[in-house]
Design a protein around this ligand. Structure first.
Ligand code: NAP
Length: 276
């Protein structure tokens, strides 16, 4: 039997086990997806132990995504983003990958939104925001503005993306606090909420007045699926993409990396949405 799993703390409410097991079921694979909750100072021991036990692959979530870089051989994307969310144990040493970036890219692609030449705003500067900003940069967005409550974190993310892609973006990467968000979003064509604002609360991180019909909006929050931001964006005629699409496609990418098969996306999506 192949064992896959998730390392996090806490991992109690994770939707990854049923989503991945739906894929194993589809292919009749003898495999299980298990959650592991090591103590926060035991990440290295947990990864070494999984390797020794023959675990095939692990996802990594809060609070371990950044620290995991120290215990695996990170690929280029994980190094650029500064976070690992997928570990592959099939080689000599465990390798680290970041499928959150593909999760963002494929969530937009699923909704026929091309990111090239768009003016994008990312709200937030944590892990989800980093994945979104790198996905937008690699897709050749025209411009990216990172807005965050703590402005210094937005500036650091913008600098990291600029250092990584150079002058590839015609209008560059900028950063600011939340005060100029309304103007920025009014002028944008793509918006990503990568803050936790709206999670299990009826609040939007973006003033409704800024939303308009030329926007495509991805909300990384998936509890609830229909956040206030998404319902207000829909009312304005925007294209809306809920956070379950990002969650689905990061899982799809991990499954495809571990197994070399095309993931049964519809089946994984059904399994995920049945639990939201
Ligand atoms: P994180 O690294 O802890 O970052 C949290 C971000 O939210 C920071 O930018 C923080 O700003 C901001 N924030 C928190 N409370 C705020 C408030 N009251 N007002 C304004 N900004 C606030 O978390 P993360 O991993 O990036 O996750 C962010 C969200 O994305 C969560 O809801 C998470 O569930 C979701 N997520 C979804 C997926 C998916 O696959 N759909 C994947 C990853 C994460 P400061 O820097 O000022 O603290």
């Amino acid at each position: 039997m192949d064992v896959f799993g998730l390392l996090g703390n806490p991992v109690g409410h994770s939707l990854s086990p049923p989503m991945h097991e739906a894929a194993y079921d589809e292919f009749g694979m003898d495999a299980r997806y298990v959650t592991f909750e090591p103590a926060t100072d035991e990440l290295g021991a947990a990864i070494d132990g999984a390797d020794a036990l023959g675990v095939a692959g692990l996802n990594v979530t809060i609070p371990f995504k950044e620290e995991a870089l120290d215990f695996v051989e990170p690929d280029e994307m994980a190094t650029r983003v500064g976070a690992v969310n997928t570990i592959d144990f099939s080689g000599e040493t465990p390798t680290g990958h970041n499928t959150d970036v593909a999760g963002v890219r494929r969530a937009f692609a699923h909704h026929d939104v091309a990111l090239a030449e768009q003016d994008a705003v990312v709200v937030g500067a944590g892990g989800a925001a980093r994945a979104a900003a790198f996905a937008l940069a690699d897709a050749n967005a025209n411009s990216i503005h990172v807005a965050n409550r703590t402005k210094s974190r937005a500036e650091r993310l913008a600098a990291d993306v600029s250092d990584s892609v150079g002058d590839q973006l015609s209008d560059g990467v900028t950063a600011g606090g939340l005060e100029a968000l309304e103007t920025r979003v009014s002028d944008a064509t793509v918006l990503v909420n990568a803050t936790s604002v709206g999670m299990e609360e009826d609040r939007s991180p973006v003033p409704k007045a800024a939303l308009h019909g030329d926007l495509a909006v991805l909300d990384a929050v998936y509890r609830p699926l229909e956040t206030r931001l998404l319902s207000e964006a829909r009312e304005c005629g925007a294209t809306t993409i809920d956070g379950a699409w990002m969650l689905l496609y990061q899982g799809v990418e991990a499954f495809e990396r571990w197994t070399g098969r095309d993931a049964p996306v519809g089946r994984m999506n059904e399994s995920l949405r049945a639990r939201l």
